[in-house]
Design a protein around this ligand. Structure first.
Ligand code: PLP
Length: 376
């Protein structure tokens, strides 16, 4: 790839109307190239022409808010993030509706969570209006990159990291915020299939007082070994138990869990400070209640998972998160044993909640909760 050129001399910078100066690159992908990528985007492999960014310093606060060419970042080798992992991120999607408009789903919830994660990682909190304008500015600039049809979307990845060049251990005094965007196809191109889950024996994801409730890269670094172990056992995902008793079900590496009982009631592990507060999790709880289900947040004993699927008290299990939306869980695997849910088929509640959520996000049903926010 040739180095991108951003030349405000020939294309004057424009204000997107959101405080972000837009410096369009002169060498965007051709229409043919973009069409080729959008035809089979996969996930997280291709990025749009631009990114949004802002800088924070102790003295200057947030400044240098702009949209510019997507390009490699130059970092000093002593940049704190490379040594002490002071970094957080968000994951969300922009959905194209049938009339061509582009929408985000509950972006203020992402903004609030981003601020909570920042607080825990001793990073500066990005004001909600800056968070929202960064998304708007980038998506308006790269609107042609938002796919339409099926379950395709433009995945948005806001992130913030300690860019100060300093090896001392303390919160950085210079921080970089960026948003990059990546067209994403349907997570299940061949149709929704139940996943298998490896029960992590040795590793935990988060402990009380740690960073489990923050969306930070460090949590993912700590989960990779367990995920590799899951793959080695032929499983799609790993399930983590609590660090103290190794008994209570917490969540998967990047998705929250729901259990549907034979009486129609639904339970999800209660937030204990070690579980990531999923926005999909929260939305699913509300939508299930709208559909007439009793929903509770409780401690879930892994012994009840094993026994429940065996006696039929647990009818369906699904995982949820922005990337894969709703994913049915077919099997729990541990050394010497396998626990299969509902013959490994996708259950009716799982299918119904999946459809309800997607219909909302793609504007096919009324947004009665006011969850959609127009981006472009
Ligand atoms: C992001 C994430 C989730 C899902 O959150 P959503 O807001 O629903 O996308 C669940 N668990 C972990 C560990 C995560 O990082």
């Amino acid at each position: 790839m040739s180095a991108p050129t951003t030349s405000p001399a020939s294309i004057p910078p424009s204000d997107s109307g959101s405080g972000f100066e837009v410096m369009r690159r002169q060498d965007p992908a051709s229409d043919e190239r973009r069409a080729q990528i959008l035809a089979a985007p996969g996930f997280g492999r291709f990025f749009t022409d631009h990114l949004a960014r802002a800088t924070w310093t102790t003295d200057g606060g947030w400044h240098a808010t702009r949209v510019e060419a997507y390009a490699p970042i130059s970092l000093d080798p002593s940049a704190a993030v490379l040594h002490y992992a002071q970094e957080i991120f968000e994951g969300m999607k922009a959905y194209r509706h049938a009339d061509g408009s582009v929408w985000a789903f509950r972006p203020t919830a992402n903004a609030a969570r981003f601020a909570r994660s920042a607080h825990r990682l001793a990073l500066p909190e990005l004001p909600q209006d800056l968070f929202l304008s960064s998304l708007e500015a980038l998506v308006r600039t790269d609107a042609d990159w938002v796919p339409s049809g099926g379950e395709a979307s433009l995945y948005l990845r806001p992130f913030m990291f300690a860019s100060e060049a300093f090896l001392g251990v303390r919160p950085a005094s210079e921080v970089t915020y960026m948003v990059i965007a990546s067209p994403a196809g349907s997570y299940f191109p061949g149709g929704v299939k139940p996943v298998s889950i490896w029960l992590s024996q040795e590793y935990t994801r988060a402990a009380a007082g740690g960073t489990g409730a923050a969306k930070c890269g460090g949590n993912y670094a700590a989960s990779l070994k367990a995920q590799a172990e899951a793959s080695a056992h032929g499983c799609d995902q790993v399930c983590f138990l609590d660090a103290a008793d190794h008994r209570w079900v917490e969540e998967l590496g990047g998705m929250n869990l729901f259990f549907v009982r034979d009486d129609g009631s639904v339970v999800t592990p209660a937030l204990t400070g070690t579980i990531l507060e999923g926005i999909t999790r929260d939305s699913v709880m509300t939508l299930l209640q709208d559909m007439g289900h009793e929903v509770s947040e409780e401690r879930v004993d892994v012994a009840d998972w094993r026994a429940g699927v065996s006696c039929g008290r647990i009818r369906e299990i699904f995982a949820c998160g922005t990337a894969a939306v709703i994913t049915p869980v077919g099997r729990l695997v541990e050394p010497g044993a396998e626990h299969v849910t509902a013959d490994g088929e996708t259950g009716t509640v799982t299918s119904a909640i999946r459809t309800a959520l997607l219909d909302l996000q793609y504007g096919r049903t009324d947004d009665t909760h006011g969850w959609l926010h127009r981006l472009a």
